[in-house]
Write a protein of this length. Structure first.
Length: 350
């Protein structure tokens, strides 16, 4: 293999080896290798979907020039590679599955609030009316004290409640300088009590509001079940739709699997799935797996992957075999998903 695509990489190549019991009850392993970001996003999500219980047995770094040999020598059910497109093309071989590294979901608000409302699903429009009837309202703030209250008593507790040891966020000072000072804080109230919020950054050059941090009071689950967190999204869209300097709301990204709840949730707000215009957009996910493994087949069938078609448009990839139908009940219908394709795992290597 040519070493040319490796020579230009200045970042470190990471790896992590997971071992545990898969969802089918078999002892199995999973290896992640590639960019550090994959240790935060891709690897934990796939491990959660693949394993019933698992541990991270070993982590480390290696030279990019060692990548091909490292992958070839792994005795594992699944190997994940997240790397720049050029490198993935060099590593790709027959039988590998390719996906995008991440998607973002954006809503066009350039035509005003009434047009934005029409993009929402019927479910979300009804939900919005119900929430307003219950006493939900919002305002925006640029006050530093409000930011600190939100970050410390809403955002951080919410991340801890939802993700535990896997919680990830922007450090407080960076969130203050890069997000809040360049954007706005949304405050959600219920009958006058501040119960939820979000910090959104405004990118004037692209006329985009980037919805970044979210949180509910003390991270309490009641504010997720009573609609406070849901109303955050409605308030962002309503406010942004009335700003002449904003054309788009970017509800940010998620892993490229249709089973990801974030993807299914945000598309209800009329969001379009797109390949992000950042580093993730230049990366691809490669999955090399033992297709004869029942654990692998269950994972692939239950977690359809978002990739790209020959024209570069997003495409949903479903998997099936003689014993299991494709999970078409996990819908791909969304703005931005141009097509779908079904892969027969029984004929994958034929």
């Amino acid at each position: 293999m040519s070493t040319e695509p490796f020579a230009r990489l200045e970042v470190v190549c990471h790896f992590c080896i997971y071992k545990g019991r898969s969802k089918t009850g078999s002892v199995a392993s999973l290896v992640y290798v590639g960019l550090e970001e994959g240790l935060v996003y891709i690897a934990p999500f796939v491990a959660q979907c693949f394993f019933e219980h698992s541990i991270s047995e070993r982590e480390g770094i290696l030279e990019w020039s060692e990548l091909d040999d490292f992958i070839a020598h792994q005795q594992t059910e699944i190997c994940l590679l997240l790397a720049p497109k050029e490198l993935v093309r060099h590593c790709h071989r027959s039988g590998d599955i390719l996906g995008v590294s991440r998607i973002h979901q954006k809503v066009d608000v350039s035509s005003g609030w009434e047009h934005t409302i029409r993009q929402l699903s019927n479910r979300e429009n009804k939900r919005r009316v119900q929430l307003i009837g219950q006493g939900f309202d919002f305002d925006v703030s640029h006050d530093e004290g409000d930011f600190l209250v939100f970050y410390r008593s809403m955002h951080v507790p919410t991340m801890q409640t939802r993700y535990g040891c896997h919680a990830r966020s922007v450090p407080e000072e960076k969130a203050y300088l890069d997000l809040f000072k360049r954007g706005v804080l949304f405050r959600i109230s219920l009958k006058g009590e501040w119960v939820a919020g979000s910090v959104s950054q405004i990118d004037g050059a692209t006329r985009t509001l980037n919805a970044r941090l979210i949180g509910v009071k003390n991270g309490a689950t009641i504010y997720r079940s009573n609609g406070a967190q849901n109303y955050v999204y409605h308030s962002i869209l309503e406010w942004a739709s009335g700003q002449p300097s904003i054309d788009c709301v970017d509800f940010q990204g998620c892993e490229p699997f249709l089973s990801k709840g974030t993807f299914q949730y945000k598309k209800r707000f009329g969001a379009m799935a797109v390949i992000p215009e950042n580093a993730f957009g230049a990366w691809r996910l490669l999955i090399r797996a033992k297709m004869e493994s029942s654990s692998v087949r269950q994972f692939l069938i239950n977690n359809p992957l978002i990739g790209v078609d020959g024209a570069g448009h997003l495409q949903a990839q479903y998997f099936f075999d003689s014993q299991h139908k494709a999970r078409l009940d996990i819908p791909c219908a969304s703005k931005g998903i141009a097509s779908e394709i079904l892969h027969n795992l029984d004929q994958w290597h034929v």
